[in-house]
Design a binder for this molecule. Structure first.
Ligand code: HPA
Length: 232
């Protein structure tokens, strides 16, 4: 038990899939896992542990934003001996040709967040995802014939921000934006664990096309299958 997680240690798997939305965690468990059980409902931050094709996995919702992702991923890595976390979430595209529902595998996360500095005293604004996990994900995508954009994202603390998209594209090669990878990758770096992130484009900041929240909740199957098939 931690201040935010009521699970017993043995009820959390070494591999965790992390959607932002608690209801998406429930949907993933119900649709894809066998022999699953609810292992956390503190603050409705739903988590389930079960099996995907014989592989034991926990699906744990992170909530929105770096602070929330920061708390849950830290506690999972540090107190539950979780070895790897794959975030599955949504992002807003910075490129008019990056269509709704396309998949982005995060290479680096660029952020102005001070999460890493408060965690470690180190100052760094660009953090990498894990190469081993990315290799597994890219190999699996290849096998399943799923197109993946392997690229950098901008991780913001402010959804209603005013970003200079051209600046982020030109200087940091960011093709999309989201709000959780920087805390996740910071925790993985500090605690010597593995973390990666697979995202689906839910809106395009150039063309202003967007999905509805209902479509968002139900249309991420391809990304979730990619995550679940990638784990060992
Ligand atoms: N901004 C930040 N995070 C997001 C967005 C966005 O436009 N879309 C999905 N996650």
């Amino acid at each position: 038990m931690t201040p935010h997680i009521e699970s017993n240690k043995e009820d959390i798997a070494k591999t965790v899939i992390m959607p932002g939305d608690p209801l998406r965690a429930k949907m993933i468990a119900e649709k894809y896992l066998t022999d699953y059980k609810l292992v956390n409902s503190v603050r409705n931050q739903l988590a389930y542990t079960g099996y995907y094709k014989g592989k034991r996995v926990t699906v744990f919702s992170s909530g929105m934003g770096n602070p929330s992702m920061g708390i849950y991923s830290y506690e999972l890595f540090n107190f539950y001996d979780v070895e790897e976390i794959i975030r599955v979430g949504s992002c807003g595209a910075f490129d008019k040709d990056l269509d709704l529902y396309e998949i982005v595998l995060v290479d680096n996360s660029y952020s102005k967040s001070n999460y890493l500095e408060e965690l470690t005293d180190e100052v760094n604004n660009i953090l990498s995802s894990n190469n081993d996990l990315n290799r597994q994900i890219l190999d699996t995508a290849n096998k399943l014939k799923i197109d993946v954009n392997y690229a950098n994202v901008y991780c913001t603390d402010v959804f209603y921000n005013h970003v200079d998209i051209d600046y982020l594209r030109e200087n940091y090669n960011c093709i999309a934006t989201e709000m959780e990878t920087f805390a996740l990758f910071s925790n993985a770096m500090k605690l010597n664990k593995k973390a990666s992130a697979i995202l689906t484009v839910s809106d395009n900041l150039i063309t202003h096309e967007e999905t509805t929240s209902e479509e968002r909740q139900n249309s991420f199957n391809k990304m979730i299958e990619l995550a679940l098939e990638s784990i060992k």
